[in-house]
Design a protein around this ligand. Structure first.
Ligand SMILES: [Zn+2]
Length: 262
């Protein structure tokens, strides 16, 4: 496949991708054919959507039940002051459509739950989440394992960011989210950025990295974060990767069939 298979506008729009031998016109076709569900249209969902739409990912689902609030604007940079009170998914879709009309955005103003997760995942290949609660993460973990769809998982709080990719079926030693977090902590011990605060640009750093990992999964390039947790310390200006072991007793992934393990 060569770059002539893209029309002139696409060749120009995606020129900096096409120049990369790891991407090229063939990779750009893969991006156009990809369908990614973004769960959460907040601080992380914004840059995730922004970079996946800019990259030409053909179909982008966005699910979030929230509306834009004044206190969001310190870090949720796809929204503006005049968006206050509007549904986040509606403003996110308008942003993505204006950035790249070639991308189809499927916006759903709804809360993702254990009951509806499988349905929401059905028409997508890869799921990327930047949600702020354990219930949604566990629901996504269970549904993604069942459907064998990679889950790119991002979180931020205060000055620190976390990022990983979960696809436990893809290798004998690979963990799922529940291997890392077996159970939600008691409600009164749960903290999130609404309560503990977060320095705004951290959302851009970790959200952009989540978009990068999503593109790597689509393109099958580079070293996956599956099996590793990327930890970014914003105050220390330092980053590290921690190996994530599989929990052989894990309630979600201990019984699944794994590629390459016979
Ligand atoms: Zn597990």
């Amino acid at each position: 496949m060569n770059e002539n298979m893209l029309d002139a506008d696409s060749r120009e729009r995606y020129l900096r991708h096409i120049l990369l031998k790891e991407v090229g016109a063939q990779g750009q076709h893969k991006l156009r054919a990809a369908r990614v569900l973004i769960v959460g249209a907040g601080g992380l969902g914004g840059p995730i959507l922004q970079y996946l739409a800019a990259a030409g990912v053909g179909a982008l689902g966005v699910i979030d039940d929230d509306s834009v609030a004044l206190s969001n604007l310190q870090r949720q940079t796809i929204f503006t002051t005049k968006d206050i009170g509007e549904a986040k998914v509606a403003r996110a879709a308008a942003f993505a459509n204006a950035l790249n009309p070639g991308v189809r955005v499927i916006a759903q103003k709804e809360k993702l739950t254990a009951e509806n997760a499988a349905d929401h995942l059905a028409e997508f290949d890869i799921i990327v989440e930047g949600v702020d609660n354990f219930d949604a993460r566990f629901a996504l973990n269970t549904a993604c394992i069942k459907a064998r769809k990679p889950l790119v998982s991002a979180a931020i709080g205060r000055f620190e960011g976390h990022l990983s990719v979960f696809k436990p079926w893809a290798g004998a030693g690979l963990p799922c989210y529940r291997c890392l977090v077996p159970e939600a902590p008691p409600r009164d011990e749960q903290v999130n950025c609404a309560e503990e605060g977060v320095l705004g640009p951290l959302a851009g750093v970790i959200g952009s990295m989540a978009a990068l990992e999503t593109l790597k999964e689509i393109l099958s390039i580079g070293d996956t974060l599956a099996g590793r947790l990327f930890v970014y310390d914003g105050l220390g200006a330092a980053a590290r990767c921690v190996k994530l072991p599989r929990d052989p007793e894990c309630a979600d992934c201990s019984a699944i069939e794994r590629d390459g393990s016979g």
